[in-house]
Design a protein around this ligand. Structure first.
Ligand SMILES: [Zn+2]
Length: 69
């Protein structure tokens, strides 16, 4: 398992199919071939910053998708 954003191996598992990169501080979820990247905001919310589907990089506009904490 490598970070889809920076390709480093310093990955922590935070939930089912959910991981955190300690190198570039992004959260990402893996569902089959689909990888979604999230930026963790200062208030703890997550913003989707991009995703990868079938090897094709997909950049989406930042949007609040989930509230945690
Ligand atoms: Zn990373």
């Amino acid at each position: 398992m490598r970070c889809p954003n920076c390709n480093c191996r310093d990955i922590g598992k935070i939930g089912t199919n959910q991981y955190y990169c300690w190198e570039c501080f992004v959260e990402f979820s893996v569902t089959g071939d689909q990888v979604k990247l999230f930026h963790v905001e200062e208030d703890g919310s997550l913003s989707m910053i991009g995703g990868e589907l079938n090897g094709e990089t997909l950049i989406v506009q930042a949007q609040e998708v989930q509230q945690i904490g």
